[in-house]
Every structure is written in structure tokens, then in C-alpha cells.
Design a protein around this ligand. Structure first.
Ligand code: MN
Length: 492
């Protein structure tokens, strides 16, 4: 067997989820054939790339369809496969995901004007909203492309790396995929800021080495402290991702001073239950004094908008050094690393009531779960537009003039500010417009001139026999489609 295929099959045995291995083998062979004779710029055979993408998706515990889509994601655009073959051999779900990945890839976000950037970003959000798995494949694809970026021409390197820092890393963060965000940023950092990267690397080398010794000692003390009451507690140590350190140093309160960054090296306590998190915090504060004013953050009681949960504290560790500690359960840890992917997996488990046959067709994404995801996306968009900390905030700002609105099934529509249920009806289908007699927004009846907000779910009340719109509607309909159709109907 080809060693790449062996690696892929090995990675599948690590996932707890039932996987259709035969289908994966078929998809790999299909991709191998489609990319036959093609080479990556590294000189390696092309199939290495989709195989790596699929392995990443398997390690993220994603389902068969997503892994298959990962294998096939470049077969039509860059390989010799036809979309029809994908459809007949792997079905509509896989084809739709592959199609979505291609669309997102074609949307260039760097080098465009601000107006194009915003429009392109919106297009991207819309593709994502239709199936979350599109963005997961795209992130896995981007991760591998960054790992092999050194083989690209210099200009392309910077373009890809910059796009990663501006779009894909914040996106991973908003999806709660903290670990993926850190990986993407650290891979892109040296290409976008080569000198600053080298400087920081040199500055931190010694600090990280010292810190590792120190934290190993602290870890032994902590484990001894937990042993009597929470014997199952695990302590991990990590050092801060370099790019995240770079942005932290740029904040005015730190003024580039490494001594002010307390989480250069940090320890993370992982336990089984929520009560054990608070018990661990009590034990820690009983022995190591918490640093006044820097404070304790309870993200368990108050989760971050992306779902992140943990307790954070800063204490005086051995020798009086300030150390940051995070305390969380295993489930919270998984959420913190994998975010929406962990969540999506959970949603799918809940949807297991659907027959196995339907699951294969990808109906596993129950409508209400899809709705939860698209609503989260809308919330994310809103948050993005108000978050000044992001350099891109200025660009994202223009997004405020548009709203994402949803059908009860979770289909997403992109409407301008001020749009009403009538605009929505015409956006769904021009024949639907005249039939509208009322509308419910988020379960409540509203008037037809109600101005829709980002994230609203619109359920129309219709009368199929009605053929003509009301002339009043021209007083409040804002979209060109709706206005044109209403005027046309009124004339005839
Ligand atoms: Mn690719």
C-alpha cells in the first residue's frame, strides 16, 4: 500500500467516531488518479497535500464526509476530475463541500480595494454559512499550505501569510479553534514580519529555556498539591505562541517589555468536573498567593462569546515569580482547542436519531443545529464589526451595512440594512413575494415594514392564492429586486 494512504488510515484509528474506511480509500485513490503526474512546488507528488489535509481533519475528529471532501478538495479545480464524477461517486454533500472550498479559495481577500474586500468577505461568509464543514476543510488546507510556503515565490508567500493573519486566523479564533489560530499565526508570522520575527525569536530563546525548567518544577509542586483531593488532575505546560506574544507586546500597557508578559510560560490544570476546577483554584490560592489587581477571571460562569470556558488566575509561584494558570475540565479543553468543530461533532451525535442511510447523505446536520451555527456566524460578524482591537476592524466595519437573515431551516440571506420581511420574501423567490400576508421574526408576529436585524429568523405567513402585491409595500421595501417586482406586478 502507498505509505501516504497508510498514514491516513493510521490517523483514522485515533478518532473515536465511526468512519467509513472503504469510502476513504476510494476517495484517496480517486484523488491520486486525478492528480496523477502533478507535483507540488516542493517537487513532491501532489497527492501528499490532500492526504495531509485529510489527516488533519481526521485528527480534528471530523466525519467521513469531511475527510473525503478534504481528499477531493483540489481534484476538480487543480486536478483532472470532473464535478459530475464527484457527484456520482461521492454524492451531493461531498460535492457541495468541495464546491464551497473552491469558491472560498477563488475569493481573493488581499490586494483588493476595501469595497472588494468587504464584498468578498461577505461572499465567503455566505459559502461558510451553508455548510460549516467548508471552512474546516479550508482551514486544514491553509494549514498545510503554510507549512510548505517556503516553496512558493516570495510575493505569493507574503500574500498568503498576510491573508492568513487578516482573515483565517481571526476566523479560527471566532470559531473558538484556539490551537489552530495559534498554529496559523506562528506559521505566517515570519513571512509577514521577517525582521520582527527574528528579533523576538532571539529575545525569547533564553527566556523560554529558563521558563521551561521553572515551570517543570512548579508542575511537580502542583501535582503534589492536588494529589490528596483531585488525584485525576493533569498539569500541562506550554509556552506562548510567538505571534500572540508579538501582538501582546504591541499593546500600550506592555510597551514592548517582555517582563510585563506573565503568561510567557503558563501551566494548565485539567480535571474531570466543574466542581474540581473551583476546588483546584482554592488549593492553588491556599498555597500560592494570587497577584493583587491582576485578578481571577471566571470564564466558566461567564464564557467568552466564542464559547471558551476556563478559570484564569495569576499567582506568585515558587521564588515569587508571577505565573498564569488556567483551570478547566477535559470537555472545556476540547472546546478551547477545537471550538466549533467540537461543538459540531456534539450536534451530530445528538442527531443520531436519523437513520444511518440519511447520515451518509449528510443530513446529520439537523436543521436546528444548522440554525445555531449560522446564528453564531451572524453574532461573530456583529462582534467583528465592533471589535476595535483587530487591525482589520476598519475593513470589517462596512459589513455593518448588511444583515444576515435566516429562514426557519437555516438558509441564509444577505440583505441590506433596513430590509423588511417583504424584501426577504422576494429574495427567497420572486413568486413568493406577492403571497405574503404576514411575518414572524424569531417566533413573534411583526408588521410587514419591520426592519430586519442581523441574525433574525424570518418565518413568512403566506396565502398561495394571492397573486398581487400591495402598493403600500413600495413605501418600505428597499431592495431593487423587491421594488422592481412590485412595480411590475402593479403595472400589469
Ligand atoms: Mn489545497
Amino acid at each position: 500500500m502507498n505509505p501516504l494512504l497508510t498514514d491516513l488510515l493510521d490517523s483514522l484509528s485515533l478518532t473515536p467516531r465511526p468512519i467509513d474506511r472503504d469510502l476513504i480509500v476510494r476517495a484517496w485513490e480517486f484523488a491520486d488518479l486525478a492528480h496523477h503526474g502533478q507535483k507540488r512546488l516542493s517537487g513532491q507528488s501532489y497527492i501528499l497535500h490532500p492526504t495531509q489535509v485529510a489527516i488533519t481533519l481526521a485528527l480534528w475528529n471530523l466525519d467521513t464526509q469531511t475527510i473525503v471532501a478534504g481528499l477531493l478538495h483540489d481534484t476538480v479545480e487543480d486536478g483532472g476530475a470532473a464535478k459530475e464524477d464527484l457527484l456520482t461517486q461521492f454524492g451531493p454533500t461531498v460535492t457541495r463541500i468541495v464546491d464551497g472550498v473552491t469558491k472560498i479559495t477563488d475569493i481573493r481577500l488581499t490586494g483588493s480595494t476595501e469595497k472588494e474586500f468587504v464584498e468578498n468577505l461577505r461572499k465567503m461568509l455566505l459559502v461558510m454559512a451553508r455548510d460549516l464543514r467548508v471552512i474546516l476543510v479550508k482551514l486544514a488546507d491553509r494549514l498545510h499550505n503554510l507549512q510548505t510556503l517556503q516553496f512558493l515565490p516570495a510575493e505569493k508567500q507574503v500574500e498568503n501569510a498576510r491573508e492568513t493573519l487578516e482573515i483565517y486566523a481571526p476566523l479560527a479564533e471566532r470559531l473558538g479553534m484556539g490551537e489552530v489560530k495559534g498554529q496559523l499565526e506562528d506559521l505566517a508570522f515570519p513571512y509577514v514580519y521577517p525582521q520582527k520575527y527574528q528579533d523576538l525569536l532571539a529575545q525569547t530563546k533564553e527566556l523560554f529555556a529558563q521558563g521551561e525548567k521553572y515551570i517543570a518544577k512548579f508542575k511537580r509542586e502542583l501535582l503534589a498539591l492536588f494529589k490528596p483531593q483531585i488525584p485525576s488532575a493533569v498539569v500541562n505546560t506550554r509556552h506562548k505562541h510567538l505571534y500572540s506574544l508579538f501582538t501582546k507586546l504591541k499593546r500600550p500597557e506592555n510597551a514592548g517589555d517582555l517582563a510585563k508578559v506573565y503568561d510567557l510560560i503558563a501551566a494548565r490544570v485539567i480535571v474531570d468536573m466543574v466542581e474540581e476546577c473551583y476546588a483546584a483554584l482554592g488549593l492553588i490560592h491556599g498555597k500560592y498567593h494570587p497577584v493583587p489587581y491582576l485578578g481571577v477571571s471566571d470564564f466558566i460562569a461567564n464564557p467568552k462569546p466564542n464559547g471558551y470556558q476556563s478559570l484564569h488566575t495569576k499567582v506568585f509561584g515558587p521564588e515569587g515569580r508571577i505565573v498564569e494558570l488556567q483551570i478547566r475540565t477535559r470537555a472545556m479543553h476540547r472546546q478551547a482547542e477545537m471550538g466549533i468543530a467540537a461543538h459540531w461533532q456534539y450536534s451530530e451525535v445528538k442527531a443520531q436519531g436519523v437513520s444511518g442511510d440519511k447520515l451518509e447523505q449528510g443530513v446529520s446536520f439537523a436543521p436546528q443545529n444548522k440554525l445555531a451555527w449560522v446564528k453564531q456566524l451572524a453574532a461573530w460578524q456583529k462582534e467583528l464589526t465592533s471589535d476595535q482591537e483587530y487591525l482589520t476592524a476598519l475593513k470589517f466595519d462596512a459589513l455593518q451595512h448588511r444583515n444576515l437573515v435566516f429562514s426557519p431551516k437555516g438558509d441564509v440571506y444577505d440583505l441590506p440594512k433596513g430590509a423588511t420581511p417583504i424584501d426577504y420574501a422576494y429574495a427567497v423567490h420572486t413568486d413568493l413575494g406577492p403571497q405574503v400576508t404576514g411575518a414572524k421574526v424569531n417566533g413573534k408576529l411583526v408588521s410587514l415594514d419591520y426592519q430586519l436585524k442581523n441574525g433574525d429568523v424570518v418565518d413568512l405567513v403566506i396565502n398561495r392564492k394571492r397573486k398581487n402585491p400591495s402598493s403600500d409595500w413600495l413605501n418600505f421595501a428597499v431592495t431593487t429586486t423587491a421594488r422592481r417586482q412590485i412595480q411590475k406586478s402593479l403595472k400589469s
